[in-house]
Design a binder for this molecule. Sequence first.
Ligand code: PMP
Length: 397
Amino acid sequence: MRNPTSFLSEEYEELVEKSLDWRLKTLYGPSEPFSNVDGREVIVLCSNNYLGLTTHPRLKEAALAAIETHGVGSGAVRPISGTMDLHMELEERLAKFKGSEAALTYPTGFMVNSGLIPQLAGRGDLIVSDELNHGSIIDGVRLTRADRAIYKHNDTEDLARVLDEAENHDPEYRRILIITDGVFSMDGDIAPLDEVAKLGGEHGAMVYVDDAHGEGVLGKGGRGIVSHFGLDHNEVQVEMGTFSKAYGTIGGHISGSESLAKFAWNKSRTWLLSSSHPPPVVAATIAAIDVLESEPQHVERLWRNTKRFKKAVEDLGFDTGMSQTPIIPLIVGESSKAKRFSDLLYDEGIFVVPIVFPMVAQDRARIRVQMNAKLSLEQLDSVIETIEGTGKKLEII
Ligand code: PMP
């Protein structure tokens, strides 16, 4: 007789044996660069809260005020009765911030990629995707019936080759969609979006950028990668992002043309069939945009810290790979070494996670540092000192 559930523990045990299982660490208190994690006071360098906005007073006040005026839940999906004045205000503010005709919010960034991509391309179309794109893009692409082509990471020559080949496809492709991360989450490098957009223009392809890690980091006042390259939404037709990182809250979004927003909200099932954000989240996100617009010091401090840290670890001999942003990997090679590095750092009061195969190549295991605007220079220097000591102990440097 077949056992219907034995695979659950079998497959889990297999992951444990290979040390590929996730063990959760718990924060006792807010997400901040100094947190109590599993009972230890540590400096957290593995959070997407780049600007420290999760605890910004203006965001907290806005959330509390919205609970008083609008309650704690929205009660429905957007197209039924889950659209409140707050949701509309957020989208207007976001469009203005991004310099786009329109913006649309989704429950999460994952739901933008998994819900919108399958609508943008289908049978008879081609999706061209960078080989290191985020898993949510990969899932979105898998949900389409479109042909797929992967180009080498950030390699615009290879992208041009794929697009040239696509020109000769018989029957001619109906649509071509190029998708790339803006900032790559494992390496911290930036997509050459200007060249990607140029190629897109030359080939009549739509360009979709996932800027989850570029927002609050790149561009004028943290407006993101489209602003960073001085592009507009005629060149990059879909600018996707998430409030779950530098904005300090949660929620996916897109910016682009009015027709994109209307198309997306009428067609994406993840938008149509999943309930809208609770009022405090929406209000706090509007406040996050206010903060980005009026307090440039957060983005400035993030870059000050990023530059100082990166230079220091590189001077010490660490391999930071292709990093150009506050995502700074310290590449050590073997998975076991990366795990040991992270364990020892945790003992010393620094919380960073090892990134190992299959997330990165077998011999490129690393710990990934995500810099934070809230660290003072003294705190940063003490982090660097600890990393130096631990790196030497493990003979990484
Ligand atoms: N895209 C990228 C590049 C990401 O890093 C993430 C978050 N890990 C997402 C999309 C998904 O965003 P969210 O957390 O809002 O679902």
